[in-house]
Write a protein of this length. Structure first.
Length: 55
């Protein structure tokens, strides 16, 4: 069993926050871009928040 700190991480394209690997994403980890469904819905067209100058 792996520790949470050993799991791979990515940065969400919508909110810019880091998120860790989840078991449900095991088969599709290379294509995961957003940390949640909410970010996927609201941020897909906007791009990263930090790139727009917001925090």
């Amino acid at each position: 069993m792996r520790k949470k700190g050993d799991l791979p991480q990515k940065t969400c394209r919508a909110c810019g926050r880091p998120f860790s690997w989840r078991r449900k994403w095991a088969r599709d980890w290379d294509n995961v871009r957003f940390c949640s469904l909410r970010c996927r819905r609201t941020g897909a067209a906007r791009g990263p928040a930090r790139a727009r100058g917001q925090q």
